[in-house]
Write a protein that binds this ligand. Structure first.
Ligand SMILES: Cc1ncc(COP(=O)(O)O)c(C=O)c1O
Length: 341
């Protein structure tokens, strides 16, 4: 036997193999998985309200329904995926571990505290202090690692290997996706008239949940900032590719690469991929606040920005659902507070 066969693969290689093994298992999520997730997390998450816009409220079009998932526990839909992942199979004594300095990290910390598990959250230096404080507030143990998400993820994987804690991926894991999909199952029950839904896209867990649940019965439009176009680039390239990300929504929609689950579903089922400017996102936030007193973070206002800016226009008679999916913003940057906005 030669040296190179006997030698244990270097740590980075083992981590890469681990990630790829996960990737090969994450082929698809079905509406059945979403329904199972909904049963699992019932009573743990809020049924968030819908709001039917009157003509002239925000947009001249009629038939627009907002789903206010910004009112979910922890301020975003992420609580759904976190609970589902922790309830789908037993959590080891070492608890759960994830990489996210944002809404997913807060959701994992919250769900873990509710279920009595330890939660370790790896965050890059770029994660906003307000979100890190929130994670700590929910009892999460925060480890700052690296200057980018990928470095925090690498440290998180090493930790999972060392302690046996369960990794809960922010967007590319079937349990996370199925949990996020429960948002749309609930939305359909509340607003059965809707025939096209606008969804913000970062790593694509939320989008994948929508595509899994609706399975082409209802059209799904994925909306991203021009400054973080991971889905649009992947669709153009024919496979997920790394993308430079920046801009106003980078702390929530700043995944550098679209997830494998989301990409596979999007290629088959997505109705449209739309890009919006940072300015349109800011205006969407400002309008939500000025006219409806709804506070949304940039990622939470991104789907609506596609409609308000005219980057996406409904066909005549089409009834549009829009997910307002996050509220965790630094209040000093809130629309109306900043003289530059
Ligand atoms: C408020 C908000 N909206 C949208 C997204 C995008 O979700 P995903 O990464 O599943 O595409 C995130 C992700 O963190 C988020 O926090």
């Amino acid at each position: 036997m030669t040296d190179c066969i006997c030698r244990e693969p270097p740590r980075r290689l083992r981590l890469a193999v681990n990630i790829m093994a996960n990737a090969s298992q994450i082929e698809s999520v079905s509406a059945f998985d979403v329904a199972a997730a909904a049963a699992r997390i019932a009573g743990r998450v809020r049924s968030t309200p819908v709001f039917r816009l009157a003509p002239g409220d925000l947009v001249p079009a009629t038939g627009v329904v907002l789903k206010l998932e910004c009112l979910q526990h922890t301020g975003s839909f992420k609580a759904r995926g976190a609970f589902n992942a922790m309830l789908a199979s037993p959590v080891p004594p070492a608890g759960v571990v994830t990489a996210s300095g944002g809404n997913h990290g807060a959701a994992v910390a919250f769900a873990a505290s509710q279920l009595g598990h330890r939660a370790e959250i790896f965050a890059a230096a770029t994660a906003p202090a307000a979100k890190i404080d929130r994670i700590r507030g929910y009892g999460g143990h925060v480890f700052r690692r690296g200057s980018a998400y990928s470095q925090a993820m690498e440290a998180c994987l090493e930790r999972a290997l060392a302690t046996g804690a369960r990794l809960i991926h922010a967007y590319d894991q079937p349990e996370t996706v199925a949990g996020q999909g429960t948002t749309f199952r609930e939305f359909e029950e509340q607003a059965p008239e809707v025939d096209v839904v606008l969804v913000a896209v970062g790593g694509g867990g939320l989008l994948a949940g929508a595509l899994a649940w609706y399975d082409r019965r209802i059209k799904v439009v994925g909306v991203e900032p021009e400054s973080a176009p991971t889905l649009a680039r992947a669709l153009a390239a024919g496979s997920p590719v790394d993308v430079e990300v920046a801009g106003i929504a980078v702390d929530s929609l700043g995944a550098r690469r679209i997830g494998a689950i989301a990409f596979a579903l999007a290629r088959e089922r997505l109705h449209a991929s739309v890009l919006v400017t940072d300015e349109a996102i800011r205006q969407s936030q400002a309008l939500l606040w000025d006219q409806l007193r709804i506070m949304a973070e940039p990622g939470g206002a991104t789907a609506l920005a596609a409609l308000l800016s005219g980057r996406w226009r409904p066909a005549p008679g089409q009834r549009v659902g829009v997910l307002v999916c996050g509220a965790n913003l630094d209040l000093s940057l809130a629309p109306g507070r900043n003289p530059q906005s």
